[in-house]
Structure formats: structure tokens, C-alpha cells
Ligand binder design. Structure first.
Ligand code: GLY
Length: 549
């Protein structure tokens, strides 16, 4: 089964399974398909993370996060007065060296079974021409004004200045040519040769920093996945440079100390405990976590139950701890807590989950950061570049586009990976059997979204559609707000939370897009695309029967 944010991409992944490919093969094909049919977040010019569990019990996590170019400098996004600019968000300086193609190549090298070119071929066919569907049409329409500022993007995604409509044909000929180079040349088809030349030319045109040397040096890295228990279930998630796994562990470990079921679902007590756990976990996340190749990471302690007990000891049931009073708990820090106003955030990024007939499971979260990344499209190569440099700390104590206030540990440095919140995650039952494959887009809300999907399954015994569809909460330490989605908290609950000192805020729009797969104890595989934005879970007949041996 393949669950992704786009039906066409899920069908392509499922077709690879049907042809005898394994979950990694299907993930690679889904990834390249998303780069064509979901260009707002699916990508060649971005990066991401994969968590995999092979049916024999082997677990792996792959870091294909972007890196800062060699010519990057710590203060490159500050103006003459030392204040952050929007250069980390839009334009050529905003891009890190892309990691996606190297990531897919490396995942396939280690685990793939079908020929590489066969996994890229479906995406080539899509780039040769697709019929525009509703989600793509809406997204292109929303960004049409931005594309008008970038002729290379406008030439492909606009016709006579307007976005293509549902049912019209979209041809991405330059992207098809790039994909053909990747299909025949593998990783080198992107990081060397014509694609690398085009990317370097694009950088020169816009005074960007990425060179062919940056591209040639890029490597995806295998990391040891983070593993922890939540009420007997084993959770396998992404280590730094994603903050996802460690923050998820701290949050869930804190919550494990409470009887949530006795509190009642989305009750005052439940929402209060969720917010208190999140405040503490995000305070640590924002302060300490960064690229482990540059900064020693306190993850072992951060994910330990002993540390959760320590953090829990400062939580009061009858009163919220204000964020200013929630200090990072893992050691000395120079980062001051600053109260901020909330910033809007969208559903950047995309996530897909795959389980094959043998029980191999793959969770991948990948992104350009903002939708359409830096909005710069590589002229002649047809793909958007990320604006992932905004995930670095431009200036400690100031907020990035997500309102995240991060520390000096995550400062820009050449060759360094910027901290992420992406949280591709696999959960095993207490007996060690595959249970859940999940993840989500949503910047910092990714971690709270994943925490809730897991808790909904483990604590509340929800089936997958309910676990994914339930209203979501979010707190990220700063700003000191408890966001809730779609009137998800009753007015009386919000009032009671306010009386406790929380700052609940009904957020317009939605949180997350958690395309997930669950293996039920009776052996049935259930996949869902998040009802918030659609997409599809596509199953291959017979798979569920074979998974349960
Ligand atoms: N670009 C969002 C993240 O990696 O968390």
C-alpha cells in the first residue's frame, strides 16, 4: 500500500509493488512522481528524511537534508544593522544544496530491487504531460502571482499569465529531460554533467552560492534511527539533523506519565497536558538540536524516560507554566526566551508512507521548505529550488517563517545541514509487529501532528481514519499559544484552558497532511490520505494477506 498526497503518485508507487518491487522501490517511484504532479512540495531541488523498517527487523534512517553551500556564512541573512532579511526565504541565496536525488539513489542502492531507471520512468512520462487535477490547479492558481515574478517558472506553469485549469494539459519538458538524465545517470545525472551546469548557471544568474563543487560533494547519510517506547509500543523515528524524533520522544515520554484516557479526549486536562509537554520538548528542540556533524547532540538524554520524569516534575495540573518560565533543560544556554506574536504557517512539505507485501515499511517526508521553495526554478532543468536556508537560525532569538525561535547551535555554516522538524515515523506493537507508518508536512506542527496520530492510535484505540482525521493541537514553546484546529476544542474547554493560564487560539485552516498506513491486529492494512487535503492511499490486492505471516 502507498499513501501519499497525490492519487497519481500513490498509483505509481502501487504499480511498482504490483510489479514485484519492494517498499523502497515504491518509495523512490512515488518520490519522483510527486516531483512532477505535486511541484509545490514534491521535489528534485529539495531534501528530506526516510525511516525504514525491513521485515527482518532491520531499521534505518536516511538523511538527505540539504546542506549550506561552501560559500555560506553565519551572518549571510542579516542586514547592515544585524537584523534578519527575507533573503533566506526567497531568491537564489535561500537554497541549500539539494539532497533528494542523492537520497533516493542511496535508498535504492541499499534496499532497492527493481532497476533504478524503471523507478524514474513513470515520472518522466508524467513530465511529458499530465492532465491537471484539482489540487494542482488550486495550488498553481494560488501561486500564479509569484510565478509572474520569475520568467522561468511562468513559462512552464502559466499560460497567458494564468494558471492551468482542471482538465488542461501540463507539459514539463525541461523537467522530463532532467529526469531522463537521472534515469540514465543515477545520482550523477543530477549532481554532475548538464543538470549541475544548469543549476550553477541559475545560481550565477541570481547571485546564488551553489556551485558544481557543492553538488559533486553532496552525499545522503545513513543515521541511527531514534527508538523509544510509548506505552509499550516501539517508536522508530528520525534523529538530527531532524528534530522530529527527539522532540516527539520527549513529548510522548512526558505524556506517558499521565492517564490520558481518564482525562477524556480533547478535554481541558488532555489539552493542558499536551501543551505542557510540547512547551518543554520544543524549548529543548529549539535550543540544542542541530546538525550532529557540527554540534554534539543531547539526544540520548532527551529521549530518556528519566529526563521526561524530570521535565514532568515541573508540570502542574492546576496551572499552565508560561513559556518564559519553561527553560531548556539539557544544559547551559545563552538563548533568551522572547515572547512573539504568532505567524501564519502553511502545509509546506509532503509525506508518503509505504508498506509492501513482505512487511517492509518506509516513511518519507520531503520538502522544498515553503511551497514552491525559493520560487526560483532552474532554467532549462525545470525544477524548483528549496528555500531551506530559512530553517537555520539567521539570528539567535529571532523567529523564522514558522515563528520558531532557535538557538546558535543551528547557525549557518558551510557544509552544515539546517535543523528540520520532519518526523517520518514507524511504530511497532508491543509484540514487535509493524503497526503504523506515519508523518506529515507542516513545519514545526509536523511533530505535534505525528504525536497526536500516534497517541490517537495507542491511547485512544482509534482506527486510522479517525486518528488522522481528529482535530489537532499545536504548541511550540514560543509563541506561548495553544493552537487548535477547526473548532477542535469546545468553547467551554477553551475557556477552562484560559483559566489555567494557557493561551488557546482557534487556528483558521488546517494542521498537517498525514498520509499514513496502519496494520490492524487482524492483519488488514488500512491506508489513509489526510481528509484535510486529499491525495490517496492505494492498496495492491493480496498485500495484506501476505504481510501477516
Ligand atoms: N522545512 C521544514 C522542516 O524541515 O522542518
Amino acid at each position: 500500500m502507498v499513501a501519499s498526497t497525490d492519487r497519481v503518485a500513490s498509483e505509481i508507487g502501487a504499480e511498482i509493488l504490483r510489479r514485484g518491487g519492494n517498499a523502497v522501490d515504491a518509495a523512490v517511484a512515488t518520490h519522483f512522481a510527486l516531483a512532477v504532479v505535486n511541484p509545490e512540495a514534491g521535489n528534485l531541488g529539495g531534501g528530506g528524511f526516510m525511516v525504514a523498517r525491513v521485515a527482518n527487523g532491520t531499521t534505518a534512517s536516511l538523511d538527505f537534508r540539504e546542506v549550506a553551500p561552501l560559500r555560506a556564512t553565519r551572518d549571510m541573512f542579516l542586514d547592515a544593522q544585524g537584523n534578519p532579511t527575507n533573503r533566506s526565504l526567497e531568491g537564489h541565496l535561500a537554497s541549500g544544496v539539494p539532497g533528494s536525488v542523492a537520497g533516493m539513489w542511496e535508498a535504492h542502492r541499499r534496499f532497492g530491487s527493481l532497476p533504478w531507471a524503471d523507478l524514474v520512468a513513470p515520472a518522466v512520462a508524467l513530465a511529458d504531460g499530465i492532465v491537471v487535477h484539482a489540487r494542482l490547479a488550486e495550488s498553481l492558481q494560488e501561486y500564479a502571482a509569484r510565478f509572474r515574478q520569475y520568467p522561468a517558472s511562468a513559462a512552464i506553469f502559466l499560460r497567458e499569465g494564468r494558471a492551468p485549469r482542471v482538465g488542461e494539459r501540463l507539459v514539463q519538458a525541461d523537467l522530463a529531460a532532467t529526469l531522463r538524465r537521472i534515469a540514465s545517470g543515477g545520482k550523477e545525472g543530477f549532481y554532475r554533467g548538464r543538470t549541475a551546469e544548469l543549476l550553477e548557471e541559475e545560481m550565477r544568474r541570481g547571485n546564488g552560492l551553489i556551485t558544481r563543487e557543492d553538488l559533486a560533494r553532496y552525499d545522503a547519510k545513513w543515521r541511527d534511527p531514534l527508538r523509544f517506547d510509548y506505552r509499550g509500543y516501539q517508536v522508530i523515528s528520525m534523529p538530527p539533523p531532524s528534530s522530529g524524533g527527539a522532540t516527539l520522544a520527549e513529548m510522548l515520554n512526558i505524556m506517558e506519565g499521565y492517564d490520558l484516557r481518564a482525562a477524556g479526549y480533547l478535554s481541558t486536562r488532555h489539552a493542558h497536558l499536551f501543551a505542557e509537554a510540547a512547551k518543554r520538548a520544543y524549548a529543548d528542540r529549539n535550543t540544542y538540536l542541530a546538525d550532529p556533524d557540527f554540534i554534539p547532540q543531547p539526544t540520548a538524554r532527551m529521549i530518556s524516560e528519566a529526563y521526561a520524569a524530570e521535565r514532568r516534575s515541573s508540570i502542574r495540573l492546576d496551572r499552565a507554566t508560561p513559556s518564559e518560565a519553561v527553560r531548556p533543560g539539557l544544559g547551559p544556554t545563552t538563548v533568551a526566551a522572547i515572547a512573539l506574536t504568532a505567524r501564519p504557517e502553511g502545509e509546506h512539505t509532503t509525506h508518503y508512507s509505504v508498506v509492501d507485501a513482505a512487511g517492509n515499511a518506509v516513511a518519507v517526508t520531503t520538502t522544498l521548505n515553503s511551497l514552491y521553495g525559493s520560487r526560483v526554478l532552474v532554467t532549462g532543468a525545470g525544477f524548483f529550488l528549496n528555500n531551506e536556508m530559512d530553517d537555520f537560525t539567521a539570528k539567535p532569538g529571532t523567529a523564522n517563517q514558522f515563528g520558531l525561535v532557535q538557538g546558535a547551535a543551528n547557525a549557518v555554516a558551510p557544509g552544515k545541514r539546517m535543523l528540520s522538524a520532519m518526523t517520518p515515523t514507524i511504530v511497532l506493537s508491543p509484540e514487535g509487529r509493524l503497526r503504523l507508518v506515519t508523518g506529515s508536512p507542516g513545519g514545526p506542527t509536523i511533530i505535534t501532528t505525528v504525536a497526536q496520530v500516534i497517541s490517537n492510535v495507542v491511547d485512544w484505540g482509534m482506527d486510522l481514519p479517525a486518528a488522522v482525521g481528529a482535530p489537532r493541537l499545536h504548541h511550540q514553546h514560543l509563541p506561548d499559544r495553544l493552537y487548535y484546529e477547526h473548532d477542535g476544542l469546545a468553547p467551554a474547554t477553551a475557556a477552562a484552558l484560559r483559566a489555567l493560564g494557557q493561551a488557546p487560539e482557534n487556528r483558521a485552516g488546517y494542521q498537517g497532511d498525514a498520509a499514513s498506513i496502519l496494520l490492524r491486529p487482524d492483519g488488514l492494512l488500512v491506508g489513509v490520505a489526510d481528509p484535510r487535503r486529499g491525495g490517496a492511499a492505494v492498496g495492491v490486492e493480496g498485500a495484506a494477506k501476505e504481510v501477516v505471516r
